[in-house]
Write a protein that binds this ligand. Structure first.
Ligand code: 3PG
Ligand code: MG
Length: 396
């Protein structure tokens, strides 16, 4: 999928508004606790500065629900960005109005200003066109680089394009290129790995990709609904009773289509989700009634790894267990390690954002796979086959 982008003359010396996603985790002591999303936008910011543009960066942070709430101010993010790019970054304590215009006009060529949280205005999430017009006022062109917010039809991701000449930024382009190749033109064998807590989050992805994949590996909390649908007793494990029918239907549909579905054969179970809980490995037909499955077991790790050998395309979304706690991290780690290995052998390995991105970073393997998406919700919706409202204006 090709997107419309700018040329050098579109940006040189211009006042450019960029929609970034600076929705980053803040540490309780203040400051940014994970700067992955900031780093992802640095190449564009540097490119614009070099071209002598005056750069305004706009973003949301958290969900302040249309109210000014300084718990969600972008000021600490602006400070962190200054450290990352090694030059001054201004901060405008609002995102619309005369003061923003003065701040932008006062920037030297190449200067950067971060605007205050867009979601301090209810109009942002309403995709309000008047608000978008105000946001656009100090600028000449708009660049959308926030892939991870592109599933939202908000004023800064959509209506803004009614008011400024608009282009896709390099992060958005890279995401759509890689995710688009995976979704629409995968090399086979194509293996989909799904995990995470809920079946309901993944239904549309399964439905959209069922005809394209050769195998689906299912682990994590969502797998217990599938096990129960096959008649296993799953103790206190997570289960979505209202999704049992979907799980059964999917298991039989996959058989008809010749798509192999791999479920776990053993599990690490414990009586509670706690790092101190006493845990043990059991086969899935022997999960005690008072225990819950919190990771896939070692036999499953082996069979899942074997299923990935020789794959040409792999898409991974959702961890295999409670990887944040060491006793339940092995399954997720095994997948991350196998993906790193097959990437070296030429497979295209793509990590949907969110928890799987956090997991692969925790194991230090994020550079060993083909692509780690910056978008959690956005990449899920993309793989559901949706046209994302923040991407649509640039599709060529
Ligand atoms: C995200 O972190 O998923 C994006 O920044 C979008 O945030 P939202 O889910 O609050 O719209
Ligand atoms: Mg989200």
């Amino acid at each position: 999928m090709k997107l419309k982008t700018y040329s050098g003359s579109d940006i040189a010396g211009k006042r450019v508004l960029v929609r970034v996603d600076f929705n980053v985790p803040l540490s309780p002591k203040g400051g940014v606790s994970d700067d992955t999303r900031l780093k992802a936008h640095v190449p564009l910011i540097d490119e614009l500065s070099k071209a002598g543009a005056r750069v305004g960066l706009c973003s949301h942070l958290g969900r302040p629900k249309g109210q000014v709430n300084l718990k969600y101010t972008l000021k600490p993010v602006a400070d962190e960005l200054a450290k990352l790019i090694g030059r001054e970054v201004q901060f405008a304590p609002d995102c619309v109005g005369e003061d923003v215009k003065s701040s932008v006009d006062a920037l030297p060529p190449g200067g950067v200003v971060v605007l205050e949280n867009l979601r301090f205005y209810a109009e942002e999430e309403k995709n309000d066109d008047e608000f978008a017009k105000k946001l656009a006022a100090p600028f000449e062109i708009f660049i959308m680089d926030a892939f991870s917010a592109s599933h939202r039809a908000h004023a800064s991701t959509r209506a803004i394009t009614n008011h400024l000449k608009s282009f896709a930024g390099p992060l958005l382009i890279r995401e759509i290129e890689v995710l688009g190749e995976t979704r629409d033109n995968p090399k086979h064998p194509f293996v989909l790995i799904l995990g995470g807590a809920k079946v309901s989050d993944k239904i549309s992805v399964i439905e959209n990709l069922m005809d394209k994949v050769d195998a689906i590996i299912i682990g994590g909390g969502m797998s217990y609904t599938f096990l129960k649908a096959q008649g296993f007793e799953i103790g206190h494990s997570l289960c979505e009773l209202e999704k049992l029918d979907f799980a059964s239907e999917m298991l039989s549909r996959s058989k008809e289509k010749g798509v192999e579905i791999l479920l776990q054969t053993d599990a690490v179970v414990a009586n509670e989700v706690s790092i101190d809980a006493s845990s043990k490995v059991v086969p899935v037909d022997a999960i005690p009634p008072d225990r819950m499955g919190l990771d896939i077991g070692p036999a499953t790790c082996r069979s899942f790894r074997e299923a990935l050998v020789g794959a040409k395309t792999v898409l991974w979304n959702g961890p295999m267990g409670v990887f944040e706690m060491a006793p339940f991290a092995e399954g997720t780690k095994a997948i991350a390690e196998e993906l790193a290995k097959i990437t070296k052998e030429g497979a295209m390995t793509v990590i949907g954002g969110g928890d799987s991105a956090a997991a692969i970073a925790m194991f230090g393997l994020e550079k060993e796979v083909t692509h780690v998406s910056t978008g959690g919700g956005a990449s899920l919706e993309f793989f559901e086959g949706k046209v994302l409202p923040g991407v649509e204006p640039y599709v060529l």
